[in-house]
Design a protein around this ligand. Structure first.
Ligand code: NAD
Ligand code: MG
Length: 386
């Protein structure tokens, strides 16, 4: 029985992870949760799973959850909060496997702590690799900790890499759906509303990643995520737009062979792969072969999606630029969703923050968080001026 600490239990990946635990009750048991502010859902999850510990985003949310648990006479769950709480969840001695699915840099410290504690980590949170991938990978190598990608493209690459040696890889191809605005005339981009941007054509996900898919910054973050996870330079991480999201990514080997991973468009599959690795477990997530009748591929359009160019530039410039890229986007996406910034203001804000970023490579997690904080302040000032 694998005992799981689930960071981001109330989110889209968190709920999919619990549905896998539900489907394989003899194999996976969630024993600890970190959630944000959704007290009702966190309470329902406690009722169902009786975790040893739950962390909420703030003291106020923790108090609200404690109260609900007391009224229901559930006394076996400790309730904690804040970043320290997420770290307690990630390092719970009884947990063997940590699923990292808090959104944003808010998930960084807990993910790093899980690696330091020697837990096997299933990584959905890409922001922690963008901001501190070198530190996380170094700590994982030192301790022999497996980092298993849950992000579908990286999960696909992880699977395809079983087909050859690292020095036989020529390059990898990340597929991108192209988001809802793949064919929208550029002239209409300034008027895109949050409601339009929240309609992803192929995946149902949390709000931030859905907006990031619409600007294609998500693919940009994934380029950096791939560079860190698979130890490749940005030039060997390519992007191809594949609107059907049927092929989840490809690995091209030096002999000219290309291996692709194909499966249903359902995050439960990469979650199951990570949880059961190095085994494969039988599932009902069957792929319908008729979906192979149409597979389209296009070059990404860097003019329509400047975030892709900005991500390649950040990846080739410095670690500080990667941190700033993500931090500026977190601020800009929040402002866009709050109606305070236009859709085209998102790349504009990121570009401005990157131009003002001094390079460098933070040597510790507190230094990463300091750089992240500085970039957020800069982004907030720039947003306020638009
Ligand atoms: P989501 O918004 O649905 O869920 C985010 C989770 O994080 C929630 O449980 C929320 O309560 C928690 N959270 C937010 N702020 C927190 C804080 N300060 N402290 C503690 N918990 C906090 O997001 P999601 O779509 O599930 O994505 C989660 C992560 O997985 C993101 O990094 C995303 O890029 C990545 N990812 C998601 C998908 C997907 O299909 N949803 C696919 C690939 C990668
Ligand atoms: Mg992805």
């Amino acid at each position: 029985m694998k005992k799981i600490a689930l960071l981001g239990s109330t989110g889209s990946i968190g709920q999919s992870t619990l549905s896998i635990c539900e489907a394989y009750p003899d194999r996976f048991l969630p024993v600890a949760f970190a959630a944000g502010s959704n007290v009702e859902l966190a309470f329902d999850q406690c009722l169902r799973w009786h975790p040893q510990i739950v962390s909420m985003a703030t003291e106020q949310h923790a108090e609200a959850l404690s109260h609900r648990l007391e009224v229901a006479a559930l006394y076996d769950t400790d309730v904690v909060y804040g970043t320290a709480g997420t770290v307690q969840v990630a390092t719970l001695p009884d947990a063997d496997f940590v699923v990292s699915a808090i959104v944003g840099v808010a998930g960084l410290e807990a993910t790093y702590a899980a690696v330091l504690a020697g837990k096997t980590v299933g990584l959905a949170n890409k922001e922690c690799l963008v901001a501190a991938g070198d530190l996380i990978l170094a700590a994982a190598r030192e301790r022999g900790v497996a980092l298993l990608p849950i992000d579908s493209e990286h999960n696909a690459v992880h699977q395809c890499l079983r087909g050859g040696a690292a020095n036989e890889v020529k390059q990898i191809w990340l597929t991108a759906s192209g988001g809802p605005f793949r064919n929208t005339p550029l002239a209409d981009f300034a008027n895109i509303t949050p409601a339009q941007a929240l309609k992803h054509p192929t995946w149902v996900m949390g709000q931030r990643i859905t907006i990031d898919s619409a600007t294609m910054l998500n693919k940009g973050l994934e380029i950096i995520e791939a560079c860190r996870l698979f130890d490749l330079p940005p030039a060997q991480v390519r992007v191809t737009v594949h609107p059907q999201s049927t092929i989840h990514s490809l690995v091209e080997y030096i002999d000219g062979s290309i291996l692709a991973q194909i499966s249903v468009t359902d995050m439960r599959l990469p979650i199951l792969y990570a949880l059961s690795w190095p085994e494969r477990m039988a599932s009902e997530l069957t792929f319908d072969m008729s979906a192979l009748s149409q597979l389209d591929f296009q070059q990404p359009d860097f003019e329509r999606f400047p975030c892709l160019r900005l991500a390649y530039e950040a990846a080739s410039t410095s670690q500080a630029h990667c941190i700033a890229l993500n931090a500026a986007d977190e601020v800009a996406v929040d402002a866009f969703l709050a109606g305070k910034l236009s859709f085209v203001g998102i790349p504009r804000t990121i570009e401005h923050v990157l131009a003002l970023t001094i390079g460098g490579s933070p040597a510790s997690i507190p230094e990463v968080l300091e750089a992240d904080h500085a970039a957020r302040e800069l982004a907030a000032e720039i947003v306020a001026k638009q």
